[in-house]
Design a protein around this ligand. Structure first.
Ligand SMILES: C[S@@+](CC[C@H](N)C(=O)[O-])C[C@H]1O[C@@H](n2cnc3c(N)ncnc32)[C@H](O)[C@@H]1O
Length: 242
């Protein structure tokens, strides 16, 4: 056989594919606008060149974070059809979208965030501080039963002081775990964002006491220059009946 497959394409097809390939290989450069800070320009440039941002847009996910959950799920099968899932720190909604796909119409997904989350059909989403004393009861009510998975991607906005940022993210993970221990069904699962450098000893001890297996995973979609990783605990032992 002679010639390559391109020889069978119409000129229009070849032109479109050529343009798409050129667009893929083109690195988008962002000029520093007068009123834009250098850090914002860098952020914008990174966003525009990030393959997961591009993939998220192509697949209709609201955030590149969706791929982190997809990769965690591919490794450990966190969700199945009919599961009930609580998504802590759900905005803008990438993890909620993935959860809805995994649990299907028989499942249930409930999410909470400080930020407003644009409606996602099939999910119950509330705008509230997870630290609000009323949040746990409201989430439980919306779920209408025990959860199969409690997942937290919550992160407080960085204040640029590493130690404080670390403490704040660990406090969110600990509060998420305390809630998970109240709401999970036996054999349930828990996922939380933590920072490299070690999950706090107390958190690890509590996880190991309550779950069969505790792992730390940094999914490929988690940026290499970020200290973020996820602690994944599986097979919840269940609460002791009083
Ligand atoms: C990395 S984003 C989550 C991205 C999300 N998983 C997705 O896929 O779109 C972290 C979120 O945690 C939320 N968050 C931080 N502290 C919170 C709190 N105390 N209560 C509720 N949400 C919180 C932030 O508002 C932010 O939207």
């Amino acid at each position: 056989m002679t010639g390559n497959s391109d020889s069978k394409k119409s000129p229009g097809q070849s032109r479109r594919q050529g343009a798409a390939a050129a667009a893929r290989s083109l690195k988008v450069r962002v000029k520093t606008a007068k009123r834009r800070k250098i850090s914002s320009t860098r952020w914008l440039q990174r966003q525009l060149n990030d393959p997961y941002v591009i993939k998220a847009q192509a697949k209709g996910y609201r955030s590149r974070a969706a791929f982190k959950l997809l990769q965690l799920d591919a490794k450990l099968t966190l969700m199945k059809s009919g599961d009930r899932v609580i998504d802590l720190g759900a905005a803008p909604g990438g993890w909620t979208q993935v959860a809805l796909q995994k649990v299907g119409p028989k499942g249930r997904v409930v999410g909470i965030d400080l930020q407003e989350i644009e409606e996602i059909p099939g999910a119950d989403l509330i705008q509230m501080d997870f630290y609000d004393a009323e949040a746990p009861a409201l989430l439980k009510k919306l779920l209408g039963g025990e959860a199969d998975l409690v997942m937290s991607d919550m992160a407080a906005a960085s204040i640029g002081h590493a130690q404080t940022d670390h403490l704040r993210i660990m406090a969110l993970a600990e509060t998420a775990l305390a809630f998970a221990l109240e709401v999970l069904a036996p054999k349930g699962k828990f996922v939380a964002k933590v920072l490299q450098g070690g999950t706090e000893k107390d958190l690890l001890v509590r996880l190991r006491e309550n779950f069969d297996k505790v792992r730390h995973i940094k999914p490929e979609a988690s940026r290499a220059d970020s200290a973020e990783m996820y602690v994944v605990a599986t097979n919840f032992h269940g609460r002791e009946t009083p």
